[in-house]
Write a protein that binds this ligand. Structure first.
Ligand SMILES: Cc1cc2nc3c(=O)[nH]c(=O)nc-3n(C[C@H](O)[C@H](O)[C@H](O)COP(=O)(O)O)c2cc1C
Length: 366
C-alpha cells in the first residue's frame, strides 16, 4: 500500500513523495503582481514537497482582482517567476503554477472601473479588499461574450507557455472555488442559453477548451486541473454536483493530464461528498485535498481514495512539513492574521523544526 513517502509518477515527472503543497494565495507580490526574492525563498523553503503548486496567478489583467496577488502576463512578472522556478529547482523541487481568472469576484477598481465578467450576471456573495485594503462588496458581473471567451482561452494558453518559459514544470488550471472556470461548470452561476450553458457538455465546454488550448502549447504531461465540487465559496452552488463533477472528470479522461486535483473539505458540508464518484470516473492520477493530516493522508492513499495528497494550511507554518511528517514531529500553527499581509512575517520566517531546537536537543535527536 502506498504511503505519503513513496514516489509517484505525475505526468512527465517522477515525484520524490506524495506530499504536495496546495495552492495558497499569500498577497506578497505587490501592486504589479511581481514575485521577488522573498517569494522565491518562501517556495524554496518548501521544496521537499513532491510538488509545489503556486498561489493562483492571473492569466491577464482582466482576471486579476486579489490584492497584491501575482500575474503571469507582464515581462516583469515572468522574470520574477523565473527566479522562483530557479530557486525551487536549485533545492531539488518541482513546481507547477496555478493559473486563474477571478471572474465575477474581480472588483471594478481592479478593472479600470469596469464590471467583472462571468458566464451570467449572477453576483458573488460577500466582498474582497480593494487596493487600499478596505473590504468592498462585489459588483454584479456582466455575461462574457463569445469573442471574449475565445480571447480568455487564448490567454490561458499564453499564460501556460510563459510559465514553462519561465522554467516551471507545468501549470494547474484553476477550475475551483467559484472563479471563472468553476462558475461555468455550476448551474447556480451559469444561466447561459448558448453552447456554454445548459447541459453538462455545454457547461464543461469552457474548461475543455482551456485544457485543449493549454495542452496544445505545453503538452498534457505538464497540465493539472483543480475542481471543488462541494464548496460554496462566494455563494457558488450547483443543483446536482454529484452529476456534473463525475461527468467532467470523465470528459477529462481523454487528455492524459498530469493529474486531476480535487478539493473537498473533510468538515461536514450541506452537499454530500462527490470525490469518491470522481475517483470512480477518472482514470488518471488523482490528488485529494481538504483538511488532511499525516494519518488521514496515509489512510486515503492506503484505501485507494487518492494517489497523492495536497496540504494547504499545514505548509504555511511548517516549511519542513515533509520532514515533520516523516518523523511524526509536532506541527506549528499558522497565524491567519498574516495569511495575506505584505512582508516576511508569517510568510518566509516560519522556522523549521530543527532550527528552533537547541543544539543539545538537535544532537540528542540525531
Ligand atoms: C491562505 C489561503 C490561500 C489559499 N489560496 C488558494 C489559491 O490560490 N488557489 C486555490 O485553489 N486554493 C487556495 N486555497 C485553498 C487551499 O489550496 C486548500 O484547498 C485549503 O486550504 C484546504 O486544504 P488544507 O486543509 O490542507 O489547508 C487557499 C487557502 C488558504 C488558507
Amino acid at each position: 500500500m502506498p504511503t505519503l513517502f513513496d514516489p509517484i509518477r505525475l505526468g512527465e515527472y517522477e515525484l520524490k513523495n506524495r506530499i504536495l503543497m496546495a495552492p495558497l494565495t499569500r498577497g506578497r507580490t505587490g501592486s504589479e503582481g511581481v514575485p521577488d526574492r522573498m517569494v522565491a525563498e518562501y517556495y524554496a523553503q518548501r521544496a521537499e514537497a513532491g510538488l509545489l503548486i503556486t498561489e493562483a496567478t492571473a492569466i491577464n489583467a482582466q482576471g486579476r482582482g486579489w490584492r497584491n496577488a501575482p500575474g503571469v502576463y507582464t515581462t516583469a512578472q515572468v522574470a520574477g517567476w523565473r527566479g522562483v522556478a530557479e530557486a525551487v529547482h536549485a533545492r531539488g523541487g518541482r513546481i507547477f503554477m496555478q493559473i486563474w481568472h477571478m471572474g465575477r469576484t474581480v472588483l471594478p477598481e481592479y478593472a479600470n472601473g469596469n464590471r467583472p465578467v462571468a458566464p451570467s450576471a449572477v453576483k458573488a456573495e460577500g466582498g474582497l479588499p480593494g487596493k487600499d485594503g478596505n473590504r468592498r462588496p462585489f459588483a454584479t458581473p456582466r455575461a462574457i461574450t463569445i469573442p471574449e471567451i475565445r480571447r480568455t482561452v487564448a490567454d490561458f494558453a499564453r499564460a501556460a507557455k510563459r510559465a514553462v518559459e519561465a522554467g516551471f514544470d507545468g501549470v494547474e488550471i484553476h477550475a475551483a472555488n467559484n472563479f471563472l472556470v468553476d462558475s461555468f461548470l455550476r448551474d447556480g452561476t451559469n444561466r447561459r442559453q448558448d453552447e456554454y450553458g445548459g447541459p453538462i457538455e455545454n457547461r464543461a465546454r469552457f474548461l475543455i477548451e482551456v485544457v485543449e488550448a493549454v495542452i496544445g502549447v505545453i503538452g498534457a504531461g505538464k497540465v493539472g486541473v483543480r475542481l471543488s465540487p462541494t464548496n460554496s465559496y462566494f455563494g457558488i452552488s450547483d443543483s446536482e454536483p454529484h452529476v456534473i463533477f463525475p461527468n467532467v472528470a470523465a470528459l477529462l479522461n481523454r487528455f492524459d493530464l498530469a493529474y486531476l486535483h480535487v478539493l473537498e473539505p473533510k468538515a461536514a458540508s450541506e452537499v454530500a461528498p462527490v470525490a469518491h464518484l470522481i475517483r470512480a470516473a477518472y482514470k488518471g492520477t488523482l490528488i485529494m485535498n481538504g483538511g488532511f493530516d499525516l494519518r488521514s493522508g496515509n489512510h486515503a492513499l492506503g484505501a485507494g481514495e487518492a494517489d497523492a495528497i495536497a496540504f494547504g494550511v499545514p505548509f504555511i507554518a511548517n516549511p519542513d512539513l515533509v520532514e515533520r511528517y516523516r518523523y511524526d514531529l509536532p506541527l506549528t500553527d499558522a497565524d491567519p492574521e498574516t495569511y495575506y499581509t505584505p512582508g516576511r512575517q508569517g510568510y518566509a520566517d516560519y522556522p523549521t523544526y530543527k532550527s528552533h531546537q537547541s543544539p543539545a536537543q538537535r544532537a540528542s535527536a540525531a
